[in-house]
Design a protein around this ligand. Structure first.
Ligand code: FES
Length: 323
């Protein structure tokens, strides 16, 4: 962690006071603590000061210290210890905090940092030309399962690609940050598995549910076209939808949403999946943003068994029923 110091004097305002609403909130907050323990309010008060001013100024530190009857040095220690407190001005529209801890790093945080360098400033904590944006790398924000992610103000934006982060930054810069829905930026519910639930399912009723024929989009037509298949040599060949597609949900790791996506790729049968070579498996894994799950769940072995002898063969190979 770098040394954290107060901003230079030239950017420090001469004074600080809470606005009327925040002053009332601060008084109420201080009263929550038992007699003699009012200093425990130091962190909430500093955070409120940051929310009001955009960063923690020297004057704010002194004001909070006076309110809590604390020596200035004690409040300064708190403000410089916790990295949540910004000690110099940050972007007025957004300060992007990119998580760079291991899970996020393994899932693409470096590319997100490159986006920030490219769109905002080469260096962290430096403002862009208009003073509207800044960025920094932070430690784990507790959303590792949806890595990679960034925090902006109090919200997290997860499962990000570089393109999505570019779009989010553009919206905040244009003052339209409220348009962006916080949380996962892919089709997942909170931290549930990407592509839909994979456990505690009523497998029998799921299999009995009538198969919905997905409309054949332009993308599907393109997939099944030999000409476009040649455009990406690792993309598995698709086929036209057969009269009776296999129930791909019998493969562990394939839920209704993933099955629909596979259909969009022209994948309808166990035999197709059973034939995938490593490069094709990696292509589909990347397409689904699965992080290696196709290998871990061994889709090919499952598909081979199901293609060969359906449920009976699956039980013979795996010693249990398919989903
Ligand atoms: S490692 Fe990024 S949120 Fe935990």
């Amino acid at each position: 962690m770098s040394v954290r110091r107060l901003a230079e004097d030239r950017v420090q305002p001469a004074s600080f006071s809470f606005n009327e609403e925040n002053a009332a909130w601060a008084e109420k907050t201080i009263r929550k603590y038992p007699e003699g323990r009012q200093q425990s309010a130091v962190i909430p008060l500093l955070m409120r000061a940051q929310e009001q001013e955009g960063w923690v100024t020297r004057a704010a530190i002194e004001h909070v210290a006076d309110m809590l009857a604390m020596p200035y040095i004690r409040v300064l220690e708190v403000a410089t210890f916790y990295t949540q407190f910004q000690l110099k001005p940050v972007g007025t529209r957004a300060h992007i905090q990119v998580c760079g801890t291991t899970p996020c790093m393994l899932r693409g945080a470096e590319e997100l940092i490159e986006v920030c360098k490219h769109k905002i400033h080469h260096d962290p904590f430096e403002l862009n030309a208009d003073g509207t944006l800044s960025w920094e790398e932070v430690e784990c924000q507790g959303a590792c399962v949806n890595a990679p992610m960034v925090m902006i103000f109090k919200d997290s934006y997860e499962d990000l690609t570089p393109e999505q982060l570019e779009d989010i930054i553009d919206r905040f810069e244009a003052g339209r940050g409220a348009e962006v829905k916080p949380g996962p930026q892919i089709d997942r519910v909170y931290s549930a598995p990407a592509g839909g639930p994979t456990t505690l399912l009523d497998a029998a009723s799921a299999r009995k549910a009538p198969a919905k024929a997905a409309p054949v989009s332009d993308e599907v037509k393109e997939v099944v076209s030999p000409a476009s298949a040649a455009g990406d040599k690792n993309r598995p060949a698709g086929i036209e939808k057969p009269a009776t597609p296999d129930d791909l949900k019998m493969i562990s790791g394939v839920g209704p949403k993933i099955e629909a996506t596979l259909h969009e790729l022209g994948i309808y049968t166990f035999a197709q999946i059973a034939s995938w070579k490593k490069a094709e498996r990696e292509w589909v894994d990347g397409y689904l943003k699965f992080g290696g799950r196709i290998e871990r769940d061994d889709w090919v072995k499952q598909a081979k068994a199901l293609a060969k002898g359906g449920e009976a063969e699956y039980i013979k190979v795996f010693g249990k029923k398919p989903r």
